[in-house]
Design a protein around this ligand. Structure first.
Ligand SMILES: Nc1nc2c(ncn2[C@@H]2O[C@H](COP(=O)(O)OP(=O)(O)O)[C@@H](O)[C@H]2O)c(=O)[nH]1
Ligand SMILES: [Mg+2]
Length: 237
């Protein structure tokens, strides 16, 4: 455990860029970093969330599956900082960099930089692609997901308003089969478009400790909660 009190840490996005698209595994970048795969049906808000996580509009909203490449890679560097008074960062030897700032007399802040790669699957769960496209796509994707050991976290995005869709049950089964067969990766559900919920439904999800987010009406607190949930799960802290 690196951080003793995550309430007093802050995550800042330092820089992000689009790496590349891939149709097949051999086109993928070297698996050198912690990777986070974003999955969910089309229109659930994947690209919008990826842009929020990158703090940059790099993922295109409303892609056309079949015409788009299958897998898109985005690189980002997050900075986790903690106030020394409140929390302790230690044992960070395997992380790329540990920076020590002591700019202000009253607060000595430690921080660490963490490189992450987000992976978008633009065509996932899109019903209107032709059978042939879907067959090829399914094979490539299943291959990729099973073989890519650098994926440490699967984020399953679910529309807050429609939590019982058959496609989500299918995605969940698929991802659970992977995460249960591998010790080193996790599954995190993220409920999107929470601005569209009425108060009662919103509180119901929150009472179940669900992670919810709106990319339209986001608060700094909601963004930090999302960043922390993703970072901690992906690094297995
Ligand atoms: N109200 C609302 N609309 C959203 C939110 N996130 C995305 N959208 C809209 O939902 C549509 C699909 O979003 P997109 O990110 O392209 O979904 P994707 O197909 O899963 O990548 C777009 O019109 C977005 O503007 C949100 O948090 N709240
Ligand atoms: Mg998209």
């Amino acid at each position: 455990m690196f951080i003793q009190n995550q309430m007093h840490t802050h995550i800042n996005v330092l820089q992000s860029y689009f790496m590349q698209s891939a149709q097949i595994i051999k086109d993928c970048p070297a698996p050198n970093y912690t990777e986070i795969a974003m999955l969910g049906r089309s229109n659930v808000g994947k690209s919008s969330i990826i842009n929020l996580l990158l703090n940059h509009k790099l993922a295109k909203s409303s892609s056309i599956p079949g015409k788009t490449k299958l897998i898109n890679f985005f690189s980002t560097t997050w900075e986790l900082s903690a106030n020394k008074k409140d929390s302790i960062i230690h044992d960070a030897v395997e992380l790329d960099e540990i920076a020590m700032h002591n700019k202000e007399e009253s607060s000595c802040t430690k921080s660490m930089r963490i490189p992450l790669v987000f992976i978008d699957f633009p065509g996932f769960g899109y019903a209107k692609v032709s059978k042939d496209t879907k067959k090829i796509w399914d094979k490539h994707l299943t291959d990729f997901i099973y073989k890519r050991q650098s994926i440490k976290l699967f984020c399953h995005l679910i529309d807050s308003r429609h939590t019982d869709l058959a496609i989500d049950a299918e995605i969940e089964r698929f991802l659970k089969a992977i995460t249960e067969s591998r010790q080193d990766c996790k599954l995190l559900q993220i409920y999107t478009k929470d601005d569209k919920l009425n108060k009662s439904d919103y509180h119901k999800l929150k009472a179940q400790n669900k992670i919810t987010i709106s990319t339209l009406k986001k608060t700094p607190q909601a963004i930090q909660q999302l960043y922390h949930a993703i970072l901690y799960a992906s690094l297995n802290w």
